[in-house]
Design a protein around this ligand. Structure first.
Ligand code: ZN
Length: 149
């Protein structure tokens, strides 16, 4: 099987049977976002443990294969990470979407989405889940700061 076909198959499998799909009651924070150019919709739920690591991440929504596969892979990838580590992963992933090929090993399955760089319209689809993650972390940190005042 050619490598591209194998990648495509793994991406399709994530989109058909997404990991971590469904609501998450009592999540530490949640973010809803959509991508109007494609019609993708996502609500991301993130629950943190006592050490502020991601205990669980889930998502609801609907959209194209790329957006659903990215959400499935992202929610898998951030489990156990601190918020800083999650943001670092997001930054590396965005570099990949901009066409930079270094640090792909750090991305795990997410590196399989590198092919979207050839389709500029799909880059937003691939980025949607991470944009939701970044917004959620930013809001969560701001809320935590206000709580300490
Ligand atoms: Zn899409």
């Amino acid at each position: 099987m050619p490598l591209d076909d194998l990648y495509r198959e793994i991406i399709m499998e994530h989109a058909r049977n997404p990991q971590n799909r469904g609501p998450l009651a009592g999540a530490t924070f949640q973010v809803g976002l959509n991508n109007p150019t494609c019609g993708d919709e996502i609500v991301l739920f993130v629950d943190l443990d006592d050490e502020a690591r991601v205990k669980e991440a889930k998502f609801e929504g609907q959209g194209c294969t790329i957006s659903m596969a990215a959400a499935s892979m992202m929610t898998e990838a951030i489990r156990g990470k601190t918020l800083g580590e999650a943001l670092a992963l997001s930054a590396r992933y965005r570099e990949m979407l901009l066409g930079k090929d270094d640090h792909l090993d750090d991305l795990g399955d997410l590196a399989l989405l590198k092919g979207v760089t050839q389709f500029p319209m799909r880059v937003k689809c691939a980025a949607l889940a991470f944009t939701a993650l970044e917004k959620g972390i930013t809001h969560h940190k701001e809320a935590a700061l206000h709580g300490q005042e």
